[in-house]
Design a protein around this ligand. Structure first.
Ligand code: GTP
Ligand code: MG
Length: 233
């Protein structure tokens, strides 16, 4: 490189300098490893919970005539969402603020065909000795004013890291296929900021009516399944 040439602004360091690259990597690891490790712990908790549900699904399907779980969807909250939530809660933006204050970083959504399967699976899941129930909100028995229905659990489950056992919070949402279909459509309305307020109000009312009809359909299909099961005995 010509000695008069200044480094470009988008090249903060010279990668061919072994001293600089070592310092750079050291700083990078010091900054990012704690965050990466935290997200990894939540990812492990998600995998642990998913496995518990998958095992329950297989075991319960031997006893019953169908697989109670239709699908499992999981996610770890993005770093952006975690930081926004800390800010909303007026907490310092640091790793120490996360643990104990944000309980929905790990999220597992269990979708069942029938509403009674939700409670059967919940009972078996919570009966597991190392799982602690922290919070339970039954929006199936008590739907939200929007019409939203789901069973929400916040649980604590141990994961085993290279530094030993660590209890992690996981948010579990359990719902039927119909409730899940409704929630994904309503979610779209919730985040559409550019619709005019009157349209939002009209659609919200329509969605609330849909939630009612959908709950009736869930109920009817459950009764049909029960009659089929009774006839088969
Ligand atoms: P958050 O800060 O959003 O976590 O609120 P919260 O801790 O009071 O939790 P709540 O149990 O009310 O809801 C948690 C999650 O359930 C949300 O992040 C959504 O995924 C889902 N949820 C709750 N209410 C609704 C709703 O009315 N519509 C839809 N589509 N999803 C909802
Ligand atoms: Mg929450």
């Amino acid at each position: 490189m010509n000695s008069n040439t200044q480094p470009a602004l988008n090249q903060p360091m010279q990668t061919n300098d072994p001293v600089n690259i070592d310092q750079y990597l050291e700083q990078l690891h010091a900054d990012f490893d704690p965050v990466y490790n935290m997200l990894m712990d939540y990812q492990c908790a998600v995998m642990e919970v998913e496995t518990r549900f998958n095992i329950l699904n297989n075991r319960l399907s031997i006893q019953g005539e169908h697989n109670p779980i239709e699908s499992i969807k999981s996610r770890v909250k993005s770093l952006d969402s975690i930081i926004r939530k800390l800010d909303k809660l007026h907490l310092p933006i640091e790793i120490e603020s996360v643990e104990g204050n944000i309980k929905d970083i790990a999220g597992v959504r269990v979708v069942c065909s029938f509403a009674d399967d939700i409670y059967r699976i919940e009972e078996n899941f919570l009966a597991q000795e190392d799982i602690t129930l922290i919070e339970r909100k039954d929006y199936i028995k008590n739907p939200k004013p929007s019409g939203y229905r789901s069973l929400h659990l916040i649980i604590k489950i141990p994961i085993y890291t290279e530094n030993g056992k660590k209890d992690m919070f996981v948010e579990v949402q359990m719902r039927t296929i119909a409730m899940d279909f409704w929630a994904s459509l309503e979610h779209k309305l919730r985040y559409k900021k550019n619709l005019n307020p009157q349209t939002i109000e009209e659609l919200a009312k329509e969605l609330e009516a849909c939630a009612e009809e959908s709950a009736k359909l869930d109920e009817k299909m459950l009764r049909i399944r029960e009659r089929i099961a009774a006839d088969m005995q």
